[in-house]
Write a protein that binds this ligand. Structure first.
Ligand SMILES: Cc1cc2nc3c(=O)[nH]c(=O)nc-3n(C[C@H](O)[C@H](O)[C@H](O)COP(=O)(O)OP(=O)(O)OC[C@H]3O[C@@H](n4cnc5c(N)ncnc54)[C@H](O)[C@@H]3O)c2cc1C
Ligand code: SF4
Ligand code: SF4
Ligand code: SF4
Length: 499
């Protein structure tokens, strides 16, 4: 997880400057909207009075810090984030990076993007060829005339056709004004207090990728890949447990990790996904024991708005969450904005899946019918591998079609997704790169790597380095790069017009 440090004490700032910044911060629209809705928020029951003040306090602190960062950024030329960090030493580097990105969204800072093309030599089908690659450089500068931006409720994200239906906004909204399902998003205008918190935490409202790259690069223990994000190690692994082999999708690594977390009391519960009453329609569930955990094994390719139920996990001190990359990013964003205080501090472990695309449930039914002439209820497994979409049937038969034949069934909003490998997870798991019955695993922090190796030592997982298997890390990087390249860019206003 990106750890954004809260600078509760403003050491080294003069009392006058601090007073002025705090005064300005208290006028911020988001702080005001939240403060003025205190009664409604507490009545809605999502946040207790204590939690309300904790959030408010963190919002005022973060906004005060941003006003001070603005003061110190009175330079006219555009600077890289790392240059700004060197310039402003009063706050932790992570905070300064976070602040600059938020100040840009608030309308005070302008982002300049420079694209340079360079020629590199690549091996394509065994032959060395010169190819042109684009490099992006981001610089930031104070706006000549700042115009404070109010954050709209996330209905604008949905109307723009870019909402990934993760459900995070509905869990975070302090007055329960947002309802998200696998296909819809509705905001109750009579309840919404226009605080913009949902917009601040939404993975599709504005990008945190620049901030993330710069923050992760501060941690010298991490390796960095432009295609698959920050990591400690990459492995290929398979479960040793027969019970898990019966329910797993690939290596059974996700279920093995989760079983270890439950058995060792490292979590009280897990948010995962199982079949609903309708087979292959995914349903997010809260699981407290290993027996129920096994019901969640295997991939359901229809999307599940799993983050909608985080709000129901308040009674647990520590939970693990399993989900696709867009959800990992959503949780991360909620721990960065608006204040660096995570909304749900009990999310201790994020297990992210690789994901090229997901499908609306209705289109999964059509896919089975049109591509295989099968009823969805006849399927026991769906899988993607070796460029094919593969199904297994109750009869024991296996059928496949080229992956390109099924891409038309994918969700349109997945075309705005640049993340294959759950860059924002603690541990990422997927099939690309490993042999059948094995998973590729990426650990993304020292703690996550230690946890993974503890599970290997406990004998639950058999593990090799991803570098030592074929096709291995090379293919993960390659497909990760393709996904980044194909990703459509989000411009809420333009997308909205075209919708
Ligand atoms: C929509 C989707 C698309 C994917 N696309 C790719 C891909 O392109 N390339 C690739 O390498 N891997 C992809 N994966 C990941 C892959 O299918 C396996 O989930 C992964 O390899 C883990 O296998 P495992 O045997 O360790 O998991 P298991 O031990 O079988 O556990 C599977 C876990 O996945 C969770 N899960 C199942 N369906 C969903 C869902 N719809 N949403 C959220 N969580 C779910 C379950 O809760 C369970 O905890 C995708 C997964 C999903 C859900
Ligand atoms: S819907 Fe969004 S803007 Fe409205 S109250 Fe909820 S979080 Fe705030
Ligand atoms: S938080 Fe998730 S569900 Fe809500 S608008 Fe953003 S992408 Fe959609
Ligand atoms: S492709 Fe991206 S947006 Fe679509 S389900 Fe996967 S992670 Fe979410």
């Amino acid at each position: 997880m990106v750890q954004v440090v809260n600078s509760n004490s403003f050491k080294g700032i003069s009392p006058k400057d601090l007073m002025e910044a705090t005064y300005q911060a208290s006028g911020n629209f988001q702080v005001r909207a939240f403060f003025e809705a205190k009664e409604e928020i507490i009545k809605a029951g999502k946040y207790s009075e204590e939690k309300f003040y904790e959030i408010l306090d963190a919002m005022i602190d973060a906004e005060t810090e941003r006003k001070l960062v603005l003061e110190k950024l009175m330079v006219k030329k555009p600077l890289f984030l790392e240059e700004i960090v060197k310039e402003i030493k009063d706050f932790p580097a992570e905070n300064v990076i976070r602040d600059v990105i938020y100040l840009k969204e608030q309308g005070y800072i302008q982002e300049h993007v420079e694209i340079k093309t360079k020629t590199v030599v690549k091996k394509i089908k065994g032959e060395e060829k010169e190819v042109e690659v684009k490099e992006y450089f981001y610089r930031y500068q104070l706006k000549e005339i700042p115009t404070e931006q109010y954050f709209e409720p996330v209905s604008i994200v949905f109307q723009a056709g870019v909402c990934c239906q993760c459900g995070w906004c509905s869990s975070v909204c302090p007055v329960n004004a947002v309802e998200v399902t696998a296909d819809t998003l509705e905001i109750d205008r009579d309840i919404c207090m226009k605080c913009g918190l949902c917009f601040s935490v939404c993975p599709r409202s504005f990008s945190i990728d620049q901030a993330n790259e710069n923050i992760k690069k501060l941690d010298k223990s991490l390796k960095w890949s432009d295609k698959t994000g920050a990591y400690i190690n990459a492995y290929s692994a398979s479960t040793t447990k027969d019970n898990i082999k019966k329910v797993r999708q690939d290596g059974g690594i996700v279920t093995s990790i989760l079983e270890y977390l439950l058995d060792n009391n490292l979590v009280d519960a897990i948010v995962a996904v199982q079949h609903s009453e309708e087979l292959w329609r995914p349903e997010p569930v809260i699981v407290e024991n290993v027996k129920d955990l096994y019901k969640t094994g295997g991939t359901k390719y229809a999307n599940s708005p799993s983050l909608t139920i985080i709000d129901q996990c308040k009674k647990y001190e520590k939970i693990a969450f399993v989900g696709v990359p867009c959800m990992m990013k959503a949780i991360e964003k909620g721990s960065m904005f608006p204040s660096g205080l995570p909304f749900f501090k009990n999310i201790k472990y994020k297990i992210g899946l690789f994901c090229m695309e997901s499908f609306p449930y209705d289109r999964i039914i059509n896919l089975a019918k049109e591509q295989f002439d099968k009823d969805i209820n006849e399927l026991t497994k769906m899988n993607i591998g070796g460029g094919k979409f593969i199904i297994n049937l109750k009869s024991g038969e296996q059928m496949d079609v080229p992956l390109k034949e099924v891409q038309k069934y994918a969700r349109d909003n997945c075309h705005f997704c640049e993340d294959l490998t759950s860059d924002y997870a603690d541990i990422s798991v997927g099939s690309i790169g490993s042999q059948d019955g094995w998973s590729s695993v990426i650990t993304r922090s020292k703690d996550a790597d230690k946890l993974y190796n503890d599970i290997v030592k406990a004998g639950l997982i058999e593990s090799k380095s991803l570098k030592d298997v074929k096709p291995g890390q090379f293919l993960v990087e390659k497909i990760g790069g393709i996904k980044r390249k194909k990703c459509k860019s989000i411009n809420l206003k333009e997308n909205q017009n075209g919708h």
